[in-house]
Design a protein around this ligand. Sequence first.
Ligand code: HEM
Length: 246
Amino acid sequence: MANFMSFLMLLSLLAFAPSCFCHKKLGSYLYPQFYDYSCPQAQEIVKSILANAVAKEPRIAASLLRLHFHDCASLSGSNNNIPAPNNTFQTILTKFKLQGLDIVDLVALSGSHTIGNSRCTSFRQRLYNQTGNGKQDFTLDPYYAAELRANCPKSGGDQNLFFLDYVTPTKFDNNYFKNLLAYKGLLSSDEVLLTKNQESAELVKLYAERNDLFFEQFAKSMIKMGNISPLTGSRGHIRTNCRVVN
Ligand code: HEM
């Protein structure tokens, strides 16, 4: 619970960081004291609203967390700059580096997949070798793969949902990394962190062993990601109704 509350606090802090993975750097920056005078209780208010929302629907935490990564004003920015689940390790890392994020950020931020769901369509090719050589995917535990196939058939069921972390799907913890070591990472982009690069594999092992180090780095990397081209001053606006542009 304490971990969950710190996670909510982190989210509430970042809720004031209207940034995006997709824009070019504009040279402005954010500071956590922004609301100190105009709305000193801002963080407490956001935190309690989030806690209520998550209590009603746990997936909202995952949706909001993902939003920090995917929050793009343009469709092309989103399509070109945000890595796809079937991208190679090198492509994913390159896309992170283009935003000023490094391999440590990549591994720590991927730890977000400790909560939330994925649709069948996002990982199906791992189950049926649709990428090409017809060989079994040895990076996926065969029993886990068989369970996944039961609800993610070769065709149909595209929208069926699966936990990204099948052990503790709504708890923010380091089980995601433990799953990777057991070849039970759901997405190809998760698995490649362990199997395609020595440095990222070492980080996966470290975070699987040390929850504290994962949390410490996750917080740093989230703040770093939140600082990518924020729309400060007159460049952006704070929406009156979050569903529509003012
Ligand atoms: C490293 C590259 C990444 C790739 C390729 C990737 C890909 C994906 C995919 C394919 C899904 C499932 C979407 C669906 O099937 O509807 C997903 C879900 C999710 N992603 Fe990522 N992701 C990446 C990094 C991140 C980062 C950096 C964050 C946040 C900091 C993040 C947070 C999440 C969360 C929380 C969910 C669950 C959303 C929900 O349940 O609604 N991901 N991601």
